[in-house]
Ligand binder design. Structure first.
Ligand SMILES: CC(C)(COP(=O)(O)OP(=O)(O)OC[C@H]1O[C@@H](n2cnc3c(N)ncnc32)[C@H](O)[C@@H]1OP(=O)(O)O)[C@@H](O)C(=O)NCCC(=O)NCCS
Length: 327
């Protein structure tokens, strides 16, 4: 029988600074009404200048460690999902390892944009099911405010900063991750990307002038692709787990846009009351969305042992990911 992995505890961290739509009205040509009606976002959190992805990741990790009642030195592996690393290398996971004193842990980052956390969770699940590791810290952390073009109203209204974390372990009797689906379409790299800053387009004064170091997006194309990919992936994970949508207590979708969530819910024929939504308060925090939403659901006492959850995400790459897990 497969050695299962299940979530022992969760944690999250959101910077205290709130950037509301009204403030964005003073920065770009937009209105609260436009942002709210097209996205459902009211406000987002913005990290301080000296607060980095690893700081937020470490705060979320410390909470998960405390709630799980474990010693950081018992952690075998840290996987951090992020597309806003503190440094290209060392990995953000290494920075976090030092900050939380997890001196025994191996550490690496995963980059699958907004699908990153589920890619990381599934990777951690493999290490546990193979019997190699017992305790893994999985983090999604982002400082998207550092890669947003604050002059571009098409994108700057959408994103926010934050971090979430889970401790994954094999626990006898707990079924945990039941199924997953990961996918990518590398033919669609152009519709959501940061063109410069890698070896393809090195940073030069001209490139910086063109603001190519920031997120570029074809919103409408991404929207359509997101709805289709999230639906397909969710169905795939449900089928692999042998579950019907009506057995799922909580659907945790990527928190990109309320209209994307509405369309996914409608196609799955599931009422919105079964969907966890916090995008109105945090916007899209990319790889951090899933663990933050999971942690808030957990802290609200809305998770009982045996509950089935479906988490489904979508992001640049393009990538998508989903999992059905038993709490
Ligand atoms: C970005 C998004 C909200 C735009 O909504 P939309 O319904 O596609 O937008 P519309 O086509 O109705 O409107 C576009 C118009 O609004 C304008 N607009 C864009 N952002 C605006 C803003 N913040 N305020 C006011 N107007 C804005 C555009 O310039 C465009 O104007 P034009 O028609 O004169 O060129 C939507 O496409 C979206 O959410 N896409 C997915 C993005 C996403 O989730 N990315 C991350 C994936 S992980």
């Amino acid at each position: 029988m497969r050695r299962t992995s299940s979530i022992l505890s969760t944690g999250a961290y959101l910077p205290s600074r709130v950037l509301a739509n009204a403030e964005l009205e003073k920065m770009v040509e937009t209105t609260n009404e436009w942002i709210l009606s097209r996205t459902g976002i009211r406000e987002r959190r913005i990290a301080d200048e000296g607060e980095f992805t690893s700081d937020m990741g470490a705060r979320a990790a410390e909470q998960a460690i405390e709630l799980g009642g474990i010693d950081p030195k018992s952690i075998d592996l840290i996987i951090c999902a992020t597309c806003t690393p503190d440094t290209i290398f060392p990995s953000t996971a290494c920075h976090i390892q030092h900050k939380i004193g997890a001196t025994r842990a191996a550490a690496f980052d995963i980059q699958a944009a907004c699908s990153g956390f589920l890619y990381a969770l599934v990777t951690a699940d493999q290490f546990i099911s193979s019997g190699v590791y017992q305790t893994i810290l999985v983090i999604g952390a982002e400082k998207l405010s550092s890669i947003v073009n604050w002059q571009d109203r098409n994108t700057c209204v959408l994103f926010g900063d934050g971090a979430g974390a889970v401790i994954l372990q094999h626990r006898p009797g707990a079924r945990g991750v039941l199924s997953f689906d990961l996918g990518a379409d590398g033919a669609q790299t152009e519709i959501l990307s940061i063109p410069a800053g890698g070896c393809r387009v090195p940073l030069t004064p001209e490139v910086l002038d063109q603001r190519l170091q920031f997120i570029q997006m074809s919103g409408k194309e991404v929207f359509k692709y997101a709805v289709n990919a999230m639906n397909r992936s969710a169905e795939e994970s449900l089928e692999k787990a042998g579950c019907k949508p009506e057995q799922i207590r909580w659907f945790i979708p990527h928190q990109a846009n309320q209209r994307i969530v509405d369309a996914v819910a409608q196609r799955m024929n599931v009422g919105l009351e079964h969907f966890v939504i916090n995008l109105d308060r945090y916007g899209n925090t990319s790889a951090a969305c899933m663990p933050i939403a999971l942690h808030e659901t957990n802290m609200a006492g809305k998770l009982d042992r045996g509950d089935l959850l479906l988490m489904v995400s979508f992001g640049g790459g393009l990538t998508w990911a989903s999992t059905v897990l038993e709490w």
